[in-house]
Design a protein around this ligand. Structure first.
Ligand code: SF4
Length: 378
């Protein structure tokens, strides 16, 4: 069962130098034919759907699709999967692919929220990242989205860029706040194997931020964005009241979701949960959906122990943390009976706080979240 839908569009104008997502430049008619493949795949799963509470077009660069293609997809999703009246429907938008008219048409097509991949307000960094847009194009895309009637706009920023100092990062946040988005996602740069950045910046590169500088940047973002009235509701995400990402919140709460498209991941709420992913090769994906036998990789029916671990490290990402009563309702046992003194030790060392509701990460815990989550692995 699932109530959320992720749609992966694996095409970009060109590859950014830090990017390890499954995406490439489209060839010939690939952009034109791809939506039909998505619909064929959808039909393979339709009986398991509940009305969808959110749809997320991610990538890649989903804003490379035409508004009419998105409109047709949304019509079919509504007919075959069902769509809640107040469903959140997000489109990731690359500022280098957008025009005022296209944004209006995407809104008319049914998109309710745009996520702008701004990444930096410094043109020199945008060139280094090999982004296809300038800072001015980012600002224009934001203004166009507002004028098109979008009242729910998210922007992405990356910190710890090669050579970036704390004062430059302060400027980035200042520019972001000045735009006035409802939601901001903040990511620290990670150097991914096989990317041009991995060749340019080996682990010992002096240009990369060390752990202390990255931590300072994380804390500065927390200080400036919360002072600007945004709530730090998840490790990497800030929102004005009422504007949390419903779709991503569903991931952290372990809602079922179906991923359509090349390399898309799914999580269905059967038993303790089933995870699987689609082929990351377009040709293999095309053959699978057209033959009706899509081979999904890594199908995994979770055990209770695995589901509990996931519940912990996904739920703890949220600032409100884990509700101990909800844990007991879900698994029929108390958290203490599963983890013994683990949580108490993490509280003692300042990584978690315990309150009436349950457990949550401290700021220090958020900074070192991966080490904290490891403690909850089976
Ligand atoms: S636009 Fe996004 S998905 Fe495409 S190459 Fe750049 S970072 Fe990767």
């Amino acid at each position: 069962m699932f109530n959320r839908l992720y749609v992966h569009i694996p095409f970009c104008v060109k590859k950014c130098h830090y990017c390890a997502f499954v995406s490439r430049t489209p060839e010939k008619d690939e952009l034109t034919e791809y939506p039909a493949l998505l619909l064929r795949e959808m039909l393979l799963h339709a009986p398991a759907a509940r009305p969808l509470d959110s749809i997320y077009f991610g990538g890649g660069t989903p804003s490379l699709l035409q508004p009419l293609q998105i409109a047709r997809l949304l019509e079919k999703f509504a007919v075959y999967l069902g769509l809640s009246a107040d469903a959140e429907i997000t489109l990731e938008v690359n500022p280098g692919t957008m025009s005022h008219n296209a944004l209006k048409e995407f809104r008319d097509a049914g998109i309710t929220r745009v996520s702008l991949g701004i990444q930096s307000f410094d043109d020199a960094f945008l060139v280094r990242l090999a982004r296809i847009h300038t800072t001015e194009q980012s600002r224009q895309a934001f203004r166009d989205a507002r004028e098109a009637g979008f009242t729910n706009i998210s922007i992405d920023l990356i910190h710890s860029l090669p050579g970036q100092g704390l004062e430059q990062w302060r400027d980035e946040i200042r520019h972001a706040v000045q735009l006035g988005p409802e939601h901001i996602s903040i990511y620290g740069l990670t150097i991914e194997e096989g990317t041009p950045f991995a060749r340019s910046y080996p682990a010992n590169s002096q240009e990369l931020a060390d752990d202390d500088l990255s931590a300072d940047m994380f804390e500065l973002a927390d200080e400036l964005l919360t002072a600007a009235g945004l709530e730090h509701y998840e490790i990497a995400n800030y929102a004005r009241t009422g504007y949390r990402s419903q779709h991503n919140s569903g991931y952290w709460k372990r809602d079922g979701y179906l991923g359509l498209g090349v390399a898309a991941h799914s999580f269905l709420r059967d038993g303790h949960g089933v995870r699987f992913s689609n082929p990351d090769n377009l040709e293999e994906y095309r053959q699978g959906v057209t033959s009706g036998h899509l081979t999904q990789a890594g199908t995994c029916q979770l055990t209770q122990a695995e589901a509990i671990a996931e519940y912990m490290f996904l739920g703890l990402r949220l600032a409100e943390g884990e509700d101990l009563h909800a844990f007991e309702r879900e698994f029929g046992r108390s958290l203490e009976s599963v983890y013994g003194s683990t949580a108490a030790d993490l509280v003692k060392f300042g990584f978690l706080i315990q309150n009436e509701r349950g457990l949550a990460l401290t700021n220090r815990g958020m900074l070192l979240s991966n080490q904290v989550f490891e403690k909850f692995l089976p």
